[in-house]
Design a binder for this molecule. Structure first.
Ligand SMILES: Cc1ncc(COP(=O)(O)O)c(C=O)c1O
Length: 476
């Protein structure tokens, strides 16, 4: 990658993380040139790139500044979940969300759906069609339980980008990341076991724990740096935790990327207490900065990290192709995968392998990453404009979800009900907590290219929230 792109991404990440606030002066061209050992023109090119992305604005004779109109909502507070293992609730709210099907009359801001309309996905559709036309019908056969070798080879190549050197023989292709997570949980835990989770946390993994009779211990989590290692250490001292389940890269729902030093420190903690780590990397390739962030798995030397991912967020969820790199749990995971779906469908595996081998994956990612980053800025702007004053929102570093925090007493279940007849759907915050916390929060999807209809939907959410708050104030 060019030096100036590297520098622009470094500065961009600092601005995104709030180290420089709107109106702040950015380091001078000369200072950056000395600090990074690059030429003045490299720094100028980096600043021009930041300018194009709306992250820096020049002022005559004064240098570069963070644009004033980049007024972002304040970040959500660090979470404070229950400090003990709990039985998981919230299934009713989760089923309500996942039951919904695409409906042209409803703007679905709640689902974890990527944009599948991009022309960069066309070669994938061509591969699927070509496979269907082949005389030898390769897609109609069972393949090995580990998954099609051609795909595992491509996944192993992609994983090099996250710092992981994995033999294709150590990968298991699964039916989505969902199956990767559930096979991994069953490979490590027994009913009754305690699993530490980030909080808020992906509801799919928590509902899997619920279905398997396990308990979740939610750990306080910072909206910029992820799970609190201090709180996790205390929890490990206090409880017989079997597994730590987290999404450290482009977290769902908060969007943060855990800094590399904290990833290493978390692994050291897991080694000290001899606990396995379930790392969900399903959004990792959608980080806005390039090169993409490393995984905890990339530092793992004793095979205690089970890395789960899929092509559901990067390509399309309907393909249902995921994978797990289970480390020392390979045999157990294979068994658990076998009893759940046997082999994974062959045709989409062959098509994805062909798509990646044909060189189409990286151009597609490049396009989606910048679309999602622009979507994030647009959605944050709408929240600032249309939501009640004082609303807080996450500052995602990748992916396509925004987490919004309304005043403490607000109830997004009521908001969702009020939105039902208005053709808008959101994800209520309580499904991201084992014990139903975060009722005052919601999650919105900004994957689709912004349209007037989406803006109108976000506006309806904000205006309905303002109305409900006013009603509550009158009732009080
Ligand atoms: C963090 C996270 N993990 C896993 C999944 C499930 O992925 P898949 O559709 O590949 O099963 C999702 C989907 O929403 C997710 O957000």
């Amino acid at each position: 990658m060019s030096l100036y792109v590297n520098l622009a991404e470094l500065l961009g990440a600092r601005i995104e993380q709030g180290l420089y606030r709107p109106g702040d002066r950015l380091p001078s061209v000369r200072a950056l040139s000395v600090e990074h050992g690059v030429s003045l023109s490299t720094v100028q090119q980096a600043y021009r790139l930041l300018e194009d992305n709306g992250l820096a604005a020049p002022r005559p004779k004064s240098g570069y500044f963070v644009p004033i109109d980049r007024s972002l909502p304040a970040l959500p507070a660090i979470s404070r979940p229950a400090q003990r293992p709990v039985e998981i609730s919230q299934w009713e709210q989760v089923i309500e969300l996942v039951r919904s099907v695409p409906n042209k009359d409803v703007v679905q801001l709640g689902r974890g759906m990527p944009d599948v309309d991009s022309p960069t996905l066309k070669p994938l559709l061509r591969s699927l069609a070509q496979l269907s036309r082949r005389q030898d019908m390769p897609g109609l056969y069972y393949d090995t339980i580990s998954g099609t070798l051609a795909l595992r080879e491509q996944i192993a190549r992609l994983m090099l980008d996250s710092g992981c050197s994995i033999d294709p023989a150590d990968l298991v292709v699964t039916t989505g990341c969902h199956e990767a997570l559930s096979a991994s949980i069953r490979a490590v835990c027994q009913p009754g076991d305690i699993v530490a989770v980030d909080s808020p946390s992906f509801h799919g993994a928590m509902q899997t724990l619920k279905g398997l009779g396990m308990k979740a211990l939610e750990i306080p989590t910072d909206p910029l740096t992820g799970i609190s290692l201090e709180a996790l250490e205390l929890a490990l001292e206090q409880w017989p935790i079997k597994l730590i389940q987290i999404t450290p890269n482009c977290n769902n729902p908060l969007g943060y990327i855990m800094p590399e030093a904290r990833k290493k420190a978390l692994l050291t903690l897991a080694q000290r207490f001899d606990v396995a780590i379930l790392e969900d990397d399903v959004y990792g390739d959608l980080a806005y900065t390039y090169p993409r962030p490393r995984t905890i798995k990339s530092f793992d030397e004793d095979g205690r990290v089970l890395l789960c991912s899929s092509f559901s967020k990067t390509l399309a969820p309907g393909l249902r192709i995921g994978w797990v790199a289970p480390g020392r749990y390979l045999e157990r995971v294979l068994h658990m995968k076998y009893i759940s779906t046997g082999c994974t469908a062959t045709q989409p595996q062959l098509a994805i392998a062909d798509f990646i081998e044909g060189g189409h994956y990286q151009p597609h990612l490049r396009r989606m990453r910048s679309q999602y980053q622009r979507g994030r800025d647009q959605m944050s702007d709408w929240v600032t404009r249309y939501f009640p004053p004082g609303t807080r929102a996450s500052r995602p570093q990748g992916g396509f979800m925004l987490w919004v925090e309304l005043p403490e007493s607000f109830d997004t279940l009521r908001l969702n009900r009020a939105l039902l007849g208005q053709g808008v759907q959101i994800a209520v915050g309580s499904i991201f907590s084992a014990s139903g916390k975060y009722r005052n929060c919601l999650r919105m999807n900004f994957a689709a290219r912004p349209t007037q209809a989406i803006e109108a939907a976000v506006r309806k959410v904000g205006e309905t929230a303002i109305r409900l708050l006013a009603e509550a104030a009158t009732d009080a």
